[in-house]
Design a protein around this ligand. Sequence first.
Ligand SMILES: O=C(O)C1=C[C@@H](OP(=O)(O)O)[C@@H](O)[C@H](O)C1
Ligand SMILES: C=C(OP(=O)(O)O)C(=O)O
Length: 428
Amino acid sequence: MTAPLPWPAPHRDTPFVGDVMVPGSKSLTNRVLILAALGDGPSVITRPLASRDTDLMAAALTALGATIERDATTWTVTPPAAVRTDAVTIDCGLAGTVMRFVPLLAALGGAPVTFDGDEHARVRPMATTIATLRSLGLQVDDEGRGSLPFTVHATGGVTGGEIRIDASASSQFVSALLLVGARFEKGLDLRHTGSSLPSMPHIDMTVAELRRRGVRIDTDEPGRWIVHPGTIRALDVEIEPDLSNAGVFIAGALVTGGSVRVRSWPRHTDQAGDAWRTIVPAFGGTVAEDGADLLFSAGESLTGVELDLHDVGELTPVIAAMAALADGPSRLSGVAHLRGHETDRLAALVTEINRLGGDAEELEDGLLVRPRPLHAETFRTYDDHRMAHAAVVLGLRVPGLLVENVDTTIKTYPDFAPVWERLMTQAP
Ligand SMILES: O=C(O)C1=C[C@@H](OP(=O)(O)O)[C@@H](O)[C@H](O)C1
Ligand SMILES: C=C(OP(=O)(O)O)C(=O)O
């Protein structure tokens, strides 16, 4: 099969002025799906994200016995009637939320479950998931790899109790345990023992979603979570727009001297992407509330930034693209763990920005980006949706830039390319 032709990135010689309603949050949709499958009755999810990562989660939960009925705007999830006893295989694709969360859910079942995924999924950090399952008393066959593929041999329930893990490579190791801990016989007393813990807002989101469903969880001590055993209540919810994915439109407005209205920005949210409210002023832009929407506008200039992105690592590729177009140098820190994301994002960003004539340098825990005049090339995406997002930001200012495999954006945003094409045909 021949690879599809690279996609011509949208370009603007004039300010990009946009009005967007982004699809639902991946992180919320996949948490809500799992919690609905563990609930004490059916739950209705309104405006879930329908994308590769959430389809994979829905398929995994269905394989484990849940029923998911989908119509245009809602998914109704009915938990399994009984613990399954037949062996199944689950495709994790490249979805961290599927490969980290679902094995813990499978541990509650009564049969072997095998996990595998895309080629690159096999090199994403999974050792903590495997070690966690083993310390909970489960047998895991991974042939010594410490990564996908592996089989979890569930035996009909988990005792739980005290457990220590090193989640410095991904917050998802913590979230995975918290999501199921109430269903362990003794609940969970979890301590993170590693040197640092990335993506705290994602853990806070997990805790908030559990509490909304009646789960008691103590978080008084940093790095420790006590989940009391009990019922996870069914809950009907509406999914918020994905604020991390909104970032590419916000960045597009800022790098072209324009503005964008992002519709229905939640006033209170646990999403990491809410950080755009502070990141945009750091680049010299402004943020204003207008009813339910937020308006992001470019300032006089696009200033270089010094940002610690430890909590919001998934925003880094788009921020790095903005930095490459800024008026001065930027230092992005706190994101060593990005080497274990969909690709090694630090290496990929340096290679691709420099391929365009830029000057990006990899640091131990981040990037140094010095703006330089850029020229068009084919920007490689390494099967990483957020590399495609970064390419669009750059292409808005670099005429003729091509994006290799823009379809990788289906991971969290299936209409990404057509939406940009439509926006480019609109005034001004
Ligand atoms: O739990 C989640 O939904 C996520 C947690 C974060 O993972 P890491 O802690 O591995 O960065 C984030 O980057 C990812 O996009 C989604
Ligand atoms: C890191 C990301 O995804 P995942 O959930 O696959 O870890 C991401 O979307 O930026």
